[in-house]
Design a protein around this ligand. Structure first.
Ligand code: CAA
Length: 257
């Protein structure tokens, strides 16, 4: 399938989505979000895919929602058409997603990166929620996911001042899982993605769902959830295979069931 605003590739068991509106620093418009969702739908359906990578260009992961497309919007229109419901679908995917971020990840770009399960950032990456400069606020989860990720003090600092955070500060704050030189961003990210994709899919989906529970429920309920999921995995072929392979000192052959 040909897309207008993204490039889509499959590398082994990894699906790669590259945002591709260079003239607008990958500003996120309705088409781009629809294209990402269509590509993710395909990767979620494809049993061969075990991990997904979302990336942009060296200059910009994405410089935010498309300001030119938003400028003339009205209050009831924005409220009623609820375009962010389409963005939400990106954050609700079941397979692991890594954001490989170089350059600007601002506003909706930072929010999109935070919808991934973790971020690997190039040493030139810059993160921020500069919506306040436009007299609005983050609208695709920034006030919530950023606060979960880096705490109230820094989230308030970024959302109220609109300043950008460099990659070292972002790593110290816990927004970014790994920092790598710009030239190695894709090789390092693909290495991580291949490592993930080599695991058994039921355990990957379960791990993702369980970690995400930590953000949605109490510790006691989260622990109960984890225990139920842990027990359930003993009903899979791959659990038997994984443990047998360990004991027999060989590589496991997972079948995703
Ligand atoms: N929307 C639309 N177009 C954008 C854009 C955006 N978010 N960001 C950049 N562009 C466009 C610019 O208008 C420019 O296009 P033209 O050449 O046609 O003028 C082109 O991309 C290149 O941008 P600059 O010339 O500005 O590049 P720069 O290197 O000088 O600056 C930048 C880079 C600091 C990222 C600057 O472009 C910038 O501040 N962009 C806007 C960042 C922003 O405010 N993001 C939040 C958007 S609102 C939002 O995201 C809401 C939400 O929560 C979902």
């Amino acid at each position: 399938m040909a897309y207008e605003t993204i490039l889509v590739e499959v590398k082994g068991k990894v699906g790669v989505i590259t945002l591709n509106r260079p003239q607008a620093l990958n500003a996120l418009n309705v088409q781009l979000i629809a294209d990402i969702n269509a590509a993710l739908d395909g990767f979620e359906r494809d049993d061969n895919i075990g991990c997904i990578v979302m990336t942009g260009s060296e200059k910009a992961f994405a410089a935010g929602a498309d300001i030119k497309a938003m400028q003339e919007r009205s209050y009831p229109g924005t409220y009623l058409d609820d375009k962010f419901a389409d963005w939400d679908r990106i954050g609700q995917r079941r397979k692991p997603i890594i954001a490989a971020v170089a350059g600007f990840a601002l506003g909706g770009g930072c929010e999109l990166a935070m919808m991934a399960d973790f971020i690997i950032a190039a040493d030139n990456a810059k993160f921020g929620q500069p919506e306040i400069n436009l007299a609005v606020i983050p609208g695709a989860g920034g006030t919530q996911r950023l606060t979960h990720a880096i705490g109230k003090a820094k989230a308030m600092d970024l959302c109220l001042t609109g300043r950008f955070m460099d990659v070292n500060e972002a790593e110290r704050a816990g927004l970014v899982a790994r920092v790598v030189p710009l030239a190695e961003l894709m090789t390092e990210t693909l290495k991580a993605a291949e490592q993930i994709a080599s695991k058994s899919l039921p355990s990957l989906l379960s791990a993702k769902e369980s970690v995400n529970r930590a953000f949605e429920t109490t510790l006691a309920e989260g622990l109960r959830f984890e225990r139920r999921v842990f027990s359930a995995l003993f009903g899979t072929h791959d659990q038997k295979e994984g443990m047998a392979a360990f004991i027999e000192k060989r590589k496991p052959e997972f079948k995703n069931y």
